[in-house]
Design a protein around this ligand. Structure first.
Ligand SMILES: [Zn+2]
Length: 77
């Protein structure tokens, strides 16, 4: 993605939605970089594995793994 083409635009690092000017947008910092999140759910996902999202790993892969882990935790009593 060419960041110059997207000047002034921000995209949610978790779901990839464009969130420039959107209400409810949150920003978290990790490793000195700022990450934009579109909603509480994405904030939750990011805060569970900030280093992985920051590393440039494909977000959907990380989200899927996190959801799988949550499901395991809920099922195993
Ligand atoms: Zn999002």
């Amino acid at each position: 993605m060419n960041s110059e083409d997207n000047a002034g635009k921000e995209f949610c690092v978790v779901c990839g939605k464009e969130i420039s000017g959107a209400l409810g947008t949150a920003h978290l910092y990790h490793d000195g970089r700022r990450f934009a999140l579109c909603c509480p759910t994405c904030v939750e996902m990011f805060s569970r594995a900030p280093a992985r999202f920051a590393s440039g790993e494909h977000p959907m892969t990380i989200v899927q793994e996190l959801l799988d882990n949550l499901r395991w935790n809920e099922d195993g009593r």
